[in-house]
Design a protein around this ligand. Structure first.
Ligand code: RBV
Length: 424
């Protein structure tokens, strides 16, 4: 007789499923593999405790195990209540030197309890995605700051938050803005967000992009990626912006540009990428057509005014896994994916960014952590750019892995580029 499915699935099955996901990711992360080989030799992180708050899925697990392979004690939790893959969290917890506290579907209290469990390891280095860990340490455990060498921040919103902390004189250790490096932003934010957001929306809804009108709110790096990929899938793209130069860029790219108040009545799918709050609000809901789909690709769940939408709704139900329908009193249905949280990571089938781009982002993370242990003393409290030579090192490893050769400057060319005497 077959056991009920709940009795068939065991911790061992979760472990194996997580390990399988990690093995696939590892095979496509040559940058981290190369750095791991280096770290195993040099053990740069011996004696360090690395506290991490990131999306705990397979690629992040490879970053964590790479740091552990360099001698670190790693403690990790999630940076979003819905982005953890429980099987990967179990598999990661099984890795030597790593403790994982991440679990999918935690409430607000559980989310911060897990963060406190990471902090209880007394990290000497922090690796954040969104800034919640750095913020919790500064607010609740300032006594730890003295022994913290520094930290790294993965995402635009986190860097923003850190710069605001620094401007208030409230950031008390050095932080690298990993997000701002070319090897991160030009690939992860553009291609990663574009591809993974559209993939999650398509798979969660099973709807086509072709012929749709897609409204992209924000034309920063993430918005550019989403707009470009939607265009590439034969959607008609409308961009909304508040910045005149970005609006002009979108216009010159050939997208329609208009205020959200107008776009609301035009779109079939709305994707927010601004990092700001209240981007789609009550008046916009009033103007939307029946059946629209709303998704957020910004870090926090503040871009779509969900409370207002819930209040307006006469009925609300889960229309598909990861998609809630809100029915208006006139019968129109507005659908919201992943509770307005990061759509590329937080729907039940979401996988996050593609492996190759995360290899680059996490390659920059790994060399930045190495820089902190090697030269942390030379960085003042505050936000720092990752030294450009480290970003280039990651690019070179990736090119070598892809077997792509490039030209080298001749001495004459270098001299020419560095001189100002050459003119007409
Ligand atoms: N991101 N992580 C993943 N681990 O699958 N996908 C995206 C993953 C990161 C990305 O670098 C972005 O800056 C951040 O998530 C937003 O929280």
């Amino acid at each position: 007789m077959t056991d009920p499915i709940s009795e068939q699935l065991s911790e061992a099955d979760l472990l194996e499923a997580g390990q399988r996901k990690m093995e696939w990711a590892r095979q496509h992360m040559p940058i981290l593999e190369e750095l791991r080989a280096e770290f195993e030799q040099t053990r740069p992180f011996d004696g360090e405790v690395i506290g991490m708050a990131m999306h705990v899925e397979a690629k992040t697990a490879i970053l964590a195990e790479t740091l552990a392979a360099g001698g670190a004690e790693v403690a990790i939790t999630g940076c979003n209540p819905l982005s953890t893959h429980d099987d990967v969290s179990v598999a990661l917890d099984d890795v030597d030197g790593v403790t994982s506290y991440a679990k999918r579907g935690v409430d607000g209290d559980e989310y911060y309890e897990a963060m406190e469990a990471v902090i209880a390891h007394e990290p000497t280095i922090t690796v954040d995605d969104g800034g919640d860990l750095v913020f919790a340490i500064h607010e609740e455990y300032p006594e730890l700051i003295e022994t913290i060498v520094g930290g790294c921040e993965e995402t635009t919103t986190g860097v923003h938050r850190l710069r605001a902390m620094a401007a208030d004189g409230a950031l008390e250790y050095p932080m690298f803005a990993v997000n701002d490096t070319p090897m991160k932003r030009l690939f992860d934010n553009i291609h990663g967000t574009g591809e993974s957001s559209l993939a999650s929306i398509a798979m969660t809804t099973n709807l086509s992009w072709a012929g749709k009108t897609v409204v992209v709110a924000g034309f920063g790096y993430c918005g550019k990626g989403v707009a470009r990929k939607a265009d590439g899938q034969n959607a008609h793209v409308i961009v909304t912006e508040v910045d005149p130069r970005r609006a002009l860029e979108a216009h010159m790219e050939g997208y329609d540009v208009m205020p959200m108040s107008e776009a609301a009545g035009e779109g079939d799918v709305f994707i927010t990428t601004t990092g700001n709050r209240d981007v789609i609000v009550e008046d916009h809901f009033d103007a939307m057509d029946d059946g629209v789909v709303l998704a957020n690709a910004g870090h926090f769940d503040v871009e779509i005014a969900l409370d207002a939408l819930s209040k307006k709704a006469v009925d609300s139900y889960e229309a598909r896994d990861g998609m809630q329908a809100y029915e208006m009193d006139d019968g129109r249905r507005i659908h919201v994916l992943a509770e307005g949280r990061l759509v590329n990571l937080a729907t039940p089938i979401s996988l996050g960014h593609p492996v190759e781009v995360m290899d680059q982002s996490f390659g920059v993370q790994a060399v930045s952590v190495r820089e902190l242990v090697e030269n942390g003393d030379s960085y003042s409290d505050g936000v720092h750019n990752v030294p450009d030579e480290l970003d280039r090192e990651v690019a070179e490893i990736k090119l070598a892995a892809e077997a792509v050769d490039i030209d080298e400057l001749t001495d004459e060319q270098s001299e020419y580029m560095n001189s100002w005497q050459h003119g007409t």
